[in-house]
Design a protein around this ligand. Structure first.
Ligand SMILES: Nc1ncnc2c1ncn2[C@@H]1O[C@H](COP(=O)(O)OP(=O)(O)OP(=O)(O)O)[C@@H](O)[C@H]1O
Ligand SMILES: [Mg+2]
Length: 292
């Protein structure tokens, strides 16, 4: 069987912020390929360059050197207008903080990128209707984003990312601000998008549940991709929800009585900080370190 042509191809990407002794080598010689319909997860410690890498892959940030092409179009060979058109038609973004426009309704937010697509919003209306239905947002169609739950906001952001039927979705910690169940829903939607629509998904996340749905996991450390075997996980238990969290990639921590606790989400961290003693029931293995 032949391997399909990659939809995304990046070679020797480098990005440095600052100069001299304050320079930060955020991404340091990264090459990767993503094929159609693939769900690729990028993991790595905080500050390892994940956001910088996906920003470059999604044409939001220029690399210092290296090349990126999407569907055969090399970014450096496109002018600004062509690059903006490629971004609008072929790429969808989902961010941790949703980035919805509060002055617009749910439906208008979803349709917003269609202004830049051939056929405009008129041609996109039936796709918006289908997405509202699929993502269980029909009853919130005219609502302001302000009135939505976190999970609903992220589903609107997913619909907006999908409205122009992109070939690639980049999602940077899309479940970071969600409770466990909403986070699970978002993961499953992204999984379906890759499997059913052949849209490739590049997902940055610390959520341990993605291991079950990812086609491939890439490990970024100090701006470079590394081989890391899954058995090298250092699982610990989130003391609030009980979910396993990889201590190596976790970003949410709290110190309590000299013990470091690790959390899967902001929501769990906040619950813990409000009343730590509620969650730290002593057991023989010590708090939060139960065998998994
Ligand atoms: N605009 C910028 N100016 C200066 N330094 C930057 C800038 N953006 C990122 N950096 C630095 O580059 C490094 C990589 O940052 P990046 O945001 O890509 O990490 P990350 O892996 O996404 O981290 P996190 O998991 O915390 O989101 C960090 O040291 C960061 O401080
Ligand atoms: Mg980041």
């Amino acid at each position: 069987m032949t391997t399909p042509n990659p939809v995304l191809q990046a070679e020797h990407l480098v990005k440095t912020f600052g100069t001299g002794h304050t320079a930060v080598h955020a991404v340091n010689d990264v090459s990767l390929k993503v094929i159609p319909g693939e769900l690729v997860v990028i993991k790595g410690p905080s500050g390892s360059g994940k956001t910088t890498l996906v920003s470059m892959l999604g044409a939001l940030l220029s690399p210092d050197s290296g090349s990126i092409s999407i569907d055969g179009a090399k970014f450096t060979e496109l002018n600004d207008v062509e690059l903006a058109a490629l971004r609008a038609r072929k790429i969808g973004f989902i961010f941790q903080s949703f980035n919805l426009l509060e002055a617009l309704s749910v439906e208008e937010n979803i349709l917003f990128p269609a202004h830049l697509s051939p056929g405009g919003t008129r041609a996109a209306q039936s796709r918006a209707d289908a997405l509202l239905k699929k993502l269980n947002l029909e009853h919130r169609r005219d609502a302001s984003p302000k009135t939505l739950s976190g999970g609903e906001k992220q589903r609107v952001a997913i619909a907006r990312a999908l409205i122009n039927q992109p070939q690639l979705i980049f999602a940077d910690e899309p479940t970071g601000n969600l409770d466990s169940q909403s986070g699970q829903e978002v993961m499953m939607i992204l999984h379906d998008v890759a499997r059913d629509q052949g849209c490739s998904v590049v997902l940055v996340t610390h959520d341990p549940r993605v291991e079950d749905i990812a086609d491939r996991i890439l490990w970024l450390e100090d701006g470079a991709l590394r081989d890391r075997k899954s058995e090298q996980h250092s699982w610990v238990k989130d003391p609030v929800c009980g979910m396993r969290v990889d201590e190596w990639t976790a970003t949410l921590f709290a110190e309590h009585q000299g013990e470091r606790q690790v959390f899967c989400s902001q929501r769990c961290l906040e619950k813990f900080e409000a009343n730590p003693d509620l969650y730290l029931i002593p057991d023989t293995e010590g708090p939060g370190k139960s065998a998994l």
